[in-house]
Design a protein around this ligand. Structure first.
Ligand code: SAM
Length: 243
């Protein structure tokens, strides 16, 4: 579990040259192998870090999916976002949390941390921290938002990230997962999404057949609900930890 001291040491210093792809020991192998084009270089950001582009990738559902997260967040609460997201997601979340609360955003890629810090510079209650989602800051948090992270990580990471989320959630707190989900059998985008996963997102297809709940440690204190969107292609899964 990172202490404030280790977090500070991991944080790239502003104004000092650093390896944009991040220290070898922190950026996981799958991220370098599969997603460096998207997340570990400035070209990825130049292409993708615009709401209109993310919205196109999500077939026009970006705004709606952000709103489904905002609906779950109580203003003034202490919130963790488990990875940076291109576009406006973090700013909208910060607006919802408000200055009576706090927002910690983590990401394992230093370059993403720097971009997100720039986006959130006007939100003094938001911290952007370089660390792995399998080992987030101690919290405890009132709410944790995991927005389109699980489909991008291998199975063992899915399990470890979900376990870490519940470990950092306070009793009475809420975990909100928004991610891909199995679309309706006659959904016209099925073949397209299958091809996208095969080509670019090797850890995503399993989201069609496995519930997020199945990655969590069995815990009777957790109450799960799931809602799907856009013909089932997307899901919001919420788990509330009993007080
Ligand atoms: C949230 S996901 C995908 C979100 C969405 N596709 C978008 O438009 O950005 C992307 C982020 O997850 C980060 N990431 C991947 N694995 C991670 C991990 N184990 N811990 C923390 N961040 C991670 C990547 O560095 C990247 O910034």
């Amino acid at each position: 579990m990172p202490t404030d001291d280790t977090l500070a040491r991991r944080r790239p210093q502003v104004g000092i040259e650093f390896d944009l792809e991040g220290p070898v020991d922190l950026v996981p192998d799958y991220l370098r192998r599969v997603y460096s084009w998207a997340y570990l270089n400035p070209i990825g950001r130049a292409i993708f870090d615009h709401p209109v582009v993310v919205s196109a990738i999500l077939w026009g559902n970006y705004r709606r999916l952000i709103e489904t997260v905002q609906e779950e967040i109580v203003p003034g609460s202490k919130v963790l976002q488990t990875a940076c997201v291109y576009g406006e997601f973090s700013v909208r979340l910060a607006e919802t949390v408000g200055e009576a609360g706090s927002l910690d955003i983590i990401d394992v890629a230093p370059i993403q941390v720097e971009y997100c810090r720039a986006k959130l510079k006007d939100f003094r209650f938001a911290r952007v921290i370089c660390c792995d989602a399998v080992d987030p800051p101690p919290g405890p948090y009132d709410a944790v938002c995991c927005f389109f992270l699980l489909h991008e990580v291998p199975e063992d990471y899915k399990r470890r990230i979900v376990a870490a989320i519940f470990d950092r959630l306070r009793p009475g707190g809420k975990a909100v997962f928004v991610d891909y989900h199995g679309p309706h059998p006659v959904h016209p985008l099925r073949p397209i999404m299958r091809a996208v996963y095969r080509w670019l997102e090797p850890f995503a297809k399993v989201m069609w057949s496995r519930d997020i709940e199945s990655y969590a440690p069995a815990d009777p204190a957790l109450t799960w609900t799931k809602q799907t969107y856009f013909g089932g292609l997307y899901q919001k899964t919420v788990a509330i930890k009993a007080p």
